[in-house]
Design a protein around this ligand. Structure first.
Ligand code: NIG
Ligand code: FE
Length: 411
């Protein structure tokens, strides 16, 4: 089937080359005004200015996009979308003044979610996660990375990763799976950290490798959670089973995790709210991508990551939702887009590139997603009539998406 989208006000992020964008290139969003786009089956077949559109195709469907923008779907390269239940009672505790770390120390936070995962069946966990996945798809997410990390036991982690595997096979979204057994020390290993490390290294990682359940490994490297040497042990062992690191670092403290993550060859270093000058320089001169999660900093009422300094120093940055029940109970990438402009002071063009093409690199799907390029998957967003790109992040909270196509199919 052929679909021709015509009279597009602006077709954004059209690219011949797929490259990771840094510095000034991040602000450059190639665009065709008054454009058409042809989708053949699941792929982008052709695009250009309306004047060049030939109407000689048979079996075609057309969509008139007058006044509308068309651009690639979001790639959400950091999420914890598989969880059993929401945690709005902790949200109220936070309003009353408890900190994120205090809630965790009381057995709330990640441990609360782990308890809930231990009580739910795999089938029910799948159903709830599927609903969230369908919801974010309608909001324009075309690819998503999903982490485990609310299992914190062999059975619990396998349960989560099997759910992600089922999501991968049922959904038409592009999904990557990350093993985050090192999200928090479970209560019974609160003192015996070496014991939990042993469980991760000798039981979880081999079982995950045997079932082929993960693409990446993640560690929450933070004071009160996992330290640098624990992160290094886990990443080195995971590497030998084929898993590259994508790491939670510098959310609350700066103590060398960026340097260590870069040494470990991390694909991405995520959060980065607390960055000193050295951290910024080390990241900027590395091949690791810095993933910023502004909705988490917003929800927790914490300092925003220094996006401008990172961009100016030459770091490659991407944006993601961090969708999880504790620090970012929303997977809406449109709000991430807005908040990146409002709070991180990113230009709309920078934020769009960071949430599409750079984000595709951050989950290694850049050859098939992240831009409007011939041969890439037809995962696209068609907006409602809007005057300009900037109108979208400016109108935060208003849903300006009209239609989402995944692999050429309207959803
Ligand atoms: O990325 N920081 C660690 N992990 C999650 C939060 C997890 C939770 O509170 O459930 C995050 O913010
Ligand atoms: Fe996270």
């Amino acid at each position: 089937m052929t679909l021709i989208i015509k009279n597009i006000r602006q077709l954004l992020n059209v690219r011949k080359e797929t490259i990771l964008l840094r510095k000034k290139d991040l602000a450059d969003l190639p665009c065709i005004e008054n454009a058409y786009l042809v989708i053949e089956g699941s792929e982008i077949a052709e695009f250009g200015e309306m004047a060049g559109l030939k109407y000689n195709r048979t079996s075609k469907d057309t969509l008139d996009a007058s006044g509308r923008l068309v651009f690639p779907t979001w790639c959400d390269s950091h999420s914890h979308l598989v969880f059993a239940e929401s945690r709005e009672e902790e949200f109220v505790d936070k309003i009353k003044g408890l900190s994120y770390v205090e809630i965790n120390e009381r057995g709330g936070g990640i441990l609360n979610s782990a308890h809930k995962v231990s009580e739910i069946s795999e089938d029910e966990l799948f159903i709830r996660s599927w609903q969230r996945l369908e919801e974010v798809k309608k909001l324009g997410t075309g690819a998503i990375e999903i982490k485990s990390g609310y299992g914190l036991s062999l059975e619990g982690e396998l349960k989560m990763l099997r759910v992600i595997k089922r999501l991968k096979s049922k959904s038409n979204l592009c999904i990557k799976s990350t093993f985050l057994g090192a999200h928090s020390f479970p209560l019974r290993y609160r003192i015996d950290h070496a014991g939990y490390l042993e469980l991760i290294l000798n039981q979880m990682l081999p079982a995950i490798a045997e079932e082929g359940l993960a693409d990446y490994v993640d560690v929450f490297c933070e004071k009160g959670f996992f330290n640098i040497s624990e992160m290094e042990n886990i990443c080195n062992a995971a590497r030998s089973t084929g898993l590259k690191p994508k790491l939670h670092v510098n959310q609350l403290n700066s103590f060398g995790a960026v340097e260590s993550g870069v040494r470990l060859g991390a694909l991405t270093l995520d959060h980065l709210e607390v960055m000193d000058r050295n951290d910024i320089q080390v990241l900027a001169h590395s091949g690791s991508i810095g993933t910023l999660l502004p909705t988490a900093a917003y929800f927790l009422g914490m300092k925003m990551p220094p996006a401008r300094q990172l961009i100016e120093a030459g770091a490659a940055i991407s944006l993601a939702s961090d969708y999880n029940p504790g620090s970012s109970p929303s997977g809406n990438m449109n709000f991430v887009f807005s908040l990146s402009c409002i709070q991180l002071k990113m230009l709309p063009t920078e934020a769009m590139n960071a949430a599409t093409i750079n984000a595709a690199f951050a989950m290694e799907v850049e050859q098939k997603l992240g831009s409007i390029s011939v041969g890439k998957r037809a995962n696209i967003i068609v907006t409602k009539p809007v005057p300009s790109l900037a109108f979208i992040p400016y109108s935060f909270g208003t849903n300006l998406i009209d239609q989402v196509f995944i692999n050429g199919e309207r959803c």
